[in-house]
Design a binder for this molecule. Structure first.
Ligand code: AMP
Ligand code: ZN
Length: 114
């Protein structure tokens, strides 16, 4: 996916503040943080969204969740609590078409979809 922003970050073609990494996933700070801790965790391999992950690839979610939990620990919010968010598609508010999970923490979260 040569024109994908997050693929370019994985390839090192666009800079990002990397927080953590595994064999299959990369974590970096969101450029427009919505909370004191706001990190994006993405698979190194391109998937458009949650909808694009097939049965045989579903281990990608384990990998993303595991790295997200590592990030939460490293950022000091593991015990205070944090939120993991997948936005999916247009009405889900997804703006970058490369699968990612938001790690949000460092303040009280409220259930306020919108
Ligand atoms: P979503 O709206 O769920 O697709 O989330 C995309 C996120 O990517 C947004 O929170 C943006 O602030 C973030 N973002 C966009 N471009 C960059 C970038 N170059 N580096 C880091 N985060 C970015
Ligand atoms: Zn991509």
């Amino acid at each position: 996916m040569s024109d994908c922003l997050f693929c370019k970050i994985v390839a090192g073609e666009i800079p990002a503040r990397v927080v953590a990494e595994s064999d299959t996933a990369l974590a970096f700070y969101d450029i427009t943080p919505q909370a004191p801790v706001h990190v994006l965790v993405i698979p190194k391999r391109h998937f458009d969204s949650v909808n694009d992950v097939t049965e045989s690839d579903r281990g990608v979610f384990d990998d993303l969740t595991a790295l997200a939990r590592e990030v939460a620990t490293a950022e000091g919010v593991r015990d205070s609590g944090y939120r993991l968010v997948y936005n999916v598609g247009e009405e889900g508010g997804q703006t970058v078409a490369h699968l990612h999970v938001h790690v949000l923490g460092g303040r009280q979260m409220h259930w306020a979809p919108g």
